[in-house]
Design a protein around this ligand. Structure first.
Ligand code: FAD
Ligand code: SF4
Ligand code: SF4
Length: 476
């Protein structure tokens, strides 16, 4: 039988329907669709797709298990490398990772690896959910007791931050038999997965289930603990933690530094999305949204964060949402799928434009002045440099501006930790083992690389967990 040329399509909400709600956009594969897609995999002996995955998921093996009818085995194979598959299947930039190097992609569309991973993970999460609450409660009691007994004898490791880097490091260390405690500054777990990525891309219930899996491995999570303020790294060592992993992310928003940026109605994307996601504005009218979006919203930037902010503003009822970006479509850093979805939802793209000034009316932003740009030579980032076109300034009416031009590491913890070496831009410096300048302290994720991706943060958490294990074995 000839191999299907295109990926098996994934059913999703229509654009007209989905801009009125915060439900997830794509529905995921059903069994028949998943099997049809799995059949497209060539089971290549060299499997370049595995090298394309930052955590090296054994892709052909899990697809084969799925094809052979065992979702459980497929799930085990994925989980041997990836603790959060339902999340990665949804938000990984597959097109620039595993799927980019898939052999099928040479002549046809690559195998939809992310969609298959999502299918396996969702099927298993659904099955686990169906275990009766009674049985789960009984098992939990027994597991808690066993955990308490075991924990007394285990060596203690602290993980700071519950984003994908921290969750992955914690899970891997718990699997290795360490007593792991995560300290999280916010009142909820998940980092950007919870307060950044909106419900319509990553339902919170999926994140909750993945976090439950990690708790089930024996990881203790203490929320509302701002390390560097409520407790220091030195105090954690004094409390018996023998190694520490820092995965505090890059949560400090960058601003444009243009006149008018402090007017009312100007948000950082971080603040805007946090208010919506953490304060549940997406559940309107059940929850009263504390975020005010106007009729005409401009979102500055073109990464995933910008797409999320624009699509969220649309769902909160804005009439016109415009993405303003200083380069062209080719340079936009957002995932292809997100750009596609944003366009389908009626988001307007004003490319090759850069804001230079904001004007207010009665203290609230009312107009935005932009200058048109052209592209010059490639800069250090490998993208063509945007150059302002003299005399091309123009003005657009706006009542809300959301700035999504990047984030930098939160400085609190590095600032309050003596002898922790950092880069000039705030990132923590690590060696090839993810070890920092402080003995027994390791770091990974956005706090080291600057804003990157979920799977890269997970890869760093994984690598650090392995190094912590080796370090503790030596320190016995
Ligand atoms: P984070 O996820 O930022 O987690 C850090 C955690 O540490 C947070 O919970 C924070 O509260 C906590 N913390 C900070 N300081 C302290 C402290 N002092 N004490 C205790 N806890 C602390 N990537 C993708 O791959 N695909 C996408 O589609 C995608 N979309 C994105 C959309 C948005 C809106 C944003 C903001 C990012 C997106 N990213 C995406 C990037 C991705 O989410 C991040 O690269 C990833 O979450 C980084 O993981 P992390 O664990 O390093 O940090
Ligand atoms: Fe691809 Fe991400 Fe899964 Fe790796 S974790 S196989 S990059 S979808
Ligand atoms: Fe299958 Fe593509 Fe990997 Fe080959 S490269 S094993 S076709 S997923």
């Amino acid at each position: 039988m000839a191999i299907q040329k295109e990926k098996t399509p994934m059913r999703s909400q229509s654009p007209e329907e989905r801009i009125k709600n915060f439900d997830e956009v794509p529905f995921g594969y059903n069994k028949e669709e998943a099997l049809r897609e799995a059949e497209r995999c060539l089971q290549c002996p060299k499997s370049p797709c595995v090298d394309g995955c930052p955590v090296q998921v054994p892709i052909p093996q899990f697809i084969k298990a799925l094809r052979d009818g065992s979702v459980e085995e497929a799930n085990e194979i994925i989980k041997s490398k990836n603790n959060l598959p339902a999340i990665c299947g949804r938000v990984c930039p597959q097109e620039s990772q595993c799927e980019k190097v898939c052999v099928m992609g040479n002549k046809k569309e690559p195998v939809a690896i992310g969609r298959l991973e999502r299918y396996v993970a969702d099927t298993m999460l659904e099955r686990e959910k169906n275990i009766s609450a009674d049985t789960a409660e009984k098992n939990k009691g027994a597991a808690d007791m066993a955990l308490e007994v075991k924990k007394e004898k285990k060596r203690k490791v602290a993980v700071i931050g519950s984003g994908p880097a921290g969750l992955t490091a914690a899970a891997d260390l718990a699997k290795e038999g360490f007593a792991v405690t995560i300290f999280e500054a916010l009142h909820e777990t998940g980092g950007v997965l919870r307060y950044g990525i909106p419900e319509f891309r990553l339902p919170k219930k999926i994140l909750d289930q993945e976090v439950d899996y990690i708790k089930g491995l024996g990881v203790e999570i203490r929320v509302n603990h701002l390390v560097g303020k409520s407790v220091t790294i030195d105090e954690l060592f004094a409390d018996g933690y023998e190694a520490i992993f820092i995965g505090t992310g890059a949560g400090l928003p960058r601003f444009m530094n243009i006149p008018g940026e402090n007017l009312n109605g100007v948000y950082s994307a971080n603040e805007f999305l946090t208010r919506v996601n953490l304060m549940k504005a997406y559940k309107f009218p059940e929850y009263k949204t504390p975020v005010k979006v106007g009729e005409k919203v401009a979102v500055v930037g073109a990464g995933n964060v910008a797409m999320d902010a624009a699509r969220t503003a649309k769902r909160l009822g804005s009439e016109e949402v415009v993405i303003v970006y200083r380069r062209s479509e080719k340079e936009m850093p957002a995932r292809d799928e997100e750009i596609e979805h944003a366009k389908e939802e009626g988001i307007i793209f004003k490319l090759l434009n850069n804001p230079v000034r904001l004007y207010g009316k009665n203290g609230r932003v009312a107009r935005m002045e932009c200058v048109k740009m052209r592209l010059g030579e490639e800069d250090a980032s490998g993208r063509r440099r945007p150059i302002p076109i003299e005399g091309s300034n123009w003005i657009m009416d706006v009542d809300t501006v959301i700035v999504a031009i990047g984030q930098t590491p939160n400085p609190l913890l590095p600032k309050n930790t003596p002898n922790l070496a950092t880069e000039s831009w705030g990132g923590i410096i690590v060696d090839e083992k993810m070890a920092t300048s402080r003995k027994g302290v390791f770091a990974g994720g956005d706090i080291v690389t600057g804003a990157a991706t979920v799977i890269e943060a997970m890869g760093a958490g994984k690598k650090a967990a392995q190094s912590i294990k080796e370090y503790l074995e030596k320190e016995k």
